[in-house]
Design a protein around this ligand. Structure first.
Ligand SMILES: Nc1ncnc2c1ncn2[C@@H]1O[C@H](COP(=O)(O)OP(=O)(O)OP(=O)(O)O)[C@@H](O)[C@H]1O
Ligand SMILES: [Mg+2]
Length: 445
């Protein structure tokens, strides 16, 4: 206590001696005299509003007093300046947890783990590490079975991520050129691996589909699997990134493992741009680990990728790290445009196949669907069906859908691809390295 008195005296003599005030505040904090500590730290901040130690001190006080939003404000600012210590990030993550902002808490927690992979904390681990399971100890993490289902080696992993699609190319309306390209670039090599080997041509590498939303990228990938009766695994990149904090790399490895055990297999990565968000943008290094893991899995460094077709899809190819486009990776980039009129007719026919309908003049309907994606066509039909249902509820008679119903519905549904083209146009015009977006320009014309 004597210390405190002599420090106070010294400060009275030179009130703007900041190190002295910090020392005094530290002592107060140590003895639990939070109010006095707070005053001292505040005074320091009046002299120097960026003083890190003073901010840390305040955050510490707020945390002890349960003023969690105060903690968050301070630590977020420190993190922005890249000056947050582990302790600060920990109390920030805990503040988020206690305020029930789990997503934010996870973000901070991920940063902590990035910098210190061995970090452990009961409260944080319990709340954040395994969102869907009660595992409070790292020991329980099973490398072989990261999802905790207990059935990695059996046929049962089919239940989890493997699909056997029941659609094939015949269910994909139009897109003839795309189907041909996929056939040539990945199906043929898979089916004739020996021939390729005879010519010393290396197979492997993936296809990246890009284009506006709802135009059939996912659908086409699934149909590709169905076409060759292969298994299909579809993974959203954000799922991988979120699923297990700090463990995304293991998830990534696990998914490739399941694919390798179940060839032939189409391994489809949706939203690859989330991964690619060019590596430099990705401030946190756990993101980088996942990317590197992904790239080395793709390259087949981690295992043999024979019999695996890798496909990816994105709406924003311009956010993709160029490292993804190297040979052997997503080295073939295909634009999936909105369907042309013939494709639209086919798509409509396919969707209408099992619905009660009169003879429909699809050509006429299609005239009202400018800029429509496949998903828009589906939405339009849903609108028409809803209208019919409303009538049927009154009359009790389900009437078949006719041409006019569809046209009426088309007038009420707005095309969803326009906005995408507005954005895409700028990239195609101003960031068209090596002409990768020529297809977009061709299409806009
Ligand atoms: N060529 C097509 N033939 C038949 N149906 C299609 C076709 N294109 C799109 N569809 C229908 O539209 C729906 C949406 O397509 P899909 O989900 O594949 O779009 P996407 O390009 O993956 O979109 P996003 O970028 O939003 O993921 C599909 O489920 C399918 O029913
Ligand atoms: Mg999709």
């Amino acid at each position: 206590m004597n210390d405190i008195d002599s420090l106070k005296e010294a400060i009275e003599r030179s009130p703007d001696n900041i190190p002295l005030r910090i020392m005094l505040a530290g002592k107060y904090l140590h003895f639990g005299r939070l109010e006095e500590a707070e005053t001292e730290f505040q005074t320091v901040l009046n002299y120097d509003s960026n003083h890190v130690k003073a901010k840390e001190g305040l955050a510490e006080i707020y945390f002890r007093r349960g003023r969690y939003s105060g903690v968050i404000v301070i630590v977020e600012e420190l993190m922005k300046r890249d000056m947050a210590s582990e302790r600060m990030m920990v109390i920030c993550a805990k503040s988020f947890v206690r305020e029930k902002s789990i997503e934010e808490a996870q973000e901070v927690y991920e940063k902590i783990l990035d910098e210190n992979p061995d970090f452990e904390d009961k409260e944080l681990d319990e709340n954040l590490r395994m969102p869907s399971f009660d595992v409070d100890d790292d020991e329980d993490f099973d490398e072989e079975d990261p999802f905790g289902f207990g059935f990695v080696n059996g046929p049962d992993d089919k239940d989890f991520i493997l699909e056997k699609p029941d659609i094939s190319f015949k269910d994909v309306g139009g897109m003839e050129k795309l189907k041909e390209e996929i056939d040539l670039k990945i199906i043929k090599p898979l089916e004739n691996a020996d021939l390729y080997a005879a010519y010393g041509k290396k197979i492997g590498g993936g296809i990246l589909l890009y284009g506006p939303p709802g135009c059939g990228k996912t659908y086409l990938a699934k149909a590709t699997a169905g076409e060759i009766k292969a298994n299909f695994i579809s993974v959203g990149i954000s799922d991988i990134l979120d699923m297990w904090i700090g463990r995304s790399e293991k998830n990534m490895g696990y998914i490739f493992e399941v694919a390798r055990r179940n060839t032939p297999c189409v391994l489809f990565f949706d939203e690859v741009d989330a991964l690619g968000a060019s590596r430099s943008d990705m401030k946190n290094s756990s993101g980088r680990h996942v990317i590197n893991q992904f790239l080395s899995e793709l390259d087949g460094i981690e295992g043999n990728n024979e019999g695996i077709l890798v496909m990816g899809a994105t709406n924003a190819p311009w956010h993709l790290d160029p490292a993804f486009r190297r040979p052997g990776r997503f080295d073939r980039i295909i634009f999936v445009p909105p369907p042309d009129n013939t494709s639209k007719e086919k798509i409509l026919e396919i969707i209408m196949q099992e619905k009660p309908k009169e003879k429909i003049d699809y050509q006429k309907v299609v005239e009202h669907t400018k800029f429509y994606s496949g998903a828009d066509l589906k939405a339009m039909i849903d609108i028409a069906i809803e209208d019919k249902l409303k009538i049927a509820f009154k009359t009790g008679i389900p009437e078949p859908i006719n041409t006019d119903d569809l046209i009426k519905a088309a007038k009420r549904h707005h095309a969803s691809t326009r906005e995408w083209f507005n954005t895409a146009k700028n990239y195609a015009l101003f960031a068209n390295e090596s002409g990768i977006y020529d297809e977009i320009l061709k299409y806009i014309k």
